[in-house]
Design a protein around this ligand. Sequence first.
Ligand SMILES: Cc1ncc(C[n+]2csc(CCOP(=O)(O)OP(=O)(O)O)c2C)c(N)n1
Length: 371
Amino acid sequence: MSDTTAHEEPELIQLLTPEGELTGHPDYPLDISAEEIRALYRDLVLVRRVDSEAVSLQRQGELGLWASLLGQEAAQIGSGRALGERDMAFPSYREHGVAWCRGIAPKELLGMFRGVTNGGWDPHEHGFHLYTIVIGSQALHATGYAMGVQRDGAVGEDGTAVISYFGDGATSQGDTNEAFNFASVNNAPVVFFCQNNQWAISESTERQSRVPIYKRAAGFGFPGVRVDGNDVLACLAVTRAALNNAREGNGPTLVEAFTYRMGAHTTNDDPSRYRASAELDEWKAKDPILRVRRYLENNGLADDAFFASVDTEAEAIGEQVRTECRALPDPEPLDIFHEVYAEPNVQIDRQRSEFAEYLASFEGVGAEGGR
Ligand SMILES: Cc1ncc(C[n+]2csc(CCOP(=O)(O)OP(=O)(O)O)c2C)c(N)n1
């Protein structure tokens, strides 16, 4: 018996090579203007700048933690810009680029990582759900939401599509596999967008799946596709097609965006302990921003003034993020009881009163009061 599935070379959908050559793909035609490509370039540069500023802020004690998106900008901007206004995204905790596309201000993300907010933003206002730390759970949330969309009759030409973001590690979770199955048997309008960044903290992708991740969709009865996750144009075209498919009532798709986490898992991690630096060098050559810049330059579609203006904007946004982060107000201690239940709750009311009494017991006690 031979086993070829684990070893054959998977097809990678790519429209723009690392050298900046626009090759296109017959299955994913993309009608895009130079202006739109310049706008994508700007998105990529700005989210990278927000991200690097957040890493610095964490290092300086202004944030408790940060999960960097470095290297995954194209996967997130490409898929994020494919979303329609009515669509709903269910992120994990690294989707700062998608949040950017959904109009979430960076300071809202920082508030969460600074620990001064219970949530961050209104999911319905932005079509972008709250960050999820419990790996894989949002695949089920997205599927349930998509089944709701279906029951509301919001599938069809102007329908709503749902997208769930998760990593390669999440594909080992029961929740993710249950979501695949529910979505498939219900033909739910959901796209599963897996950013295969090659690592789940210190576990490599080989430890998650014996076959290329996108091929696992076939076992659940829906299509899977592997896209170059460092190619913003391919990510845009492939996600757009998958969302349209879902919207039109043709069910789920698994998109595996093949990319690389160029930074640490989070600011608590040191990747040099488990992976070789040569691997990073290899992926730096496939940088998602560099290839768009090369394309624009080589084809005379952007001049030095354009690149300089994006850099200036990036510096300004870095400063803005820093100032806004430091100005975020600390929450009142009693805020912890807000938004626990939608309806009044006796237990919560009792706990709030007890805590308020406890806090009041400090009133009038000066620094010397504890002696
Ligand atoms: C249910 C659950 N198990 C374990 C963890 C601890 N944990 C946090 S991040 C992570 C790795 C996730 O890797 P992946 O899904 O590839 O996403 P990435 O962080 O690479 O974007 C793990 C195991 C968790 N948050 N939730």
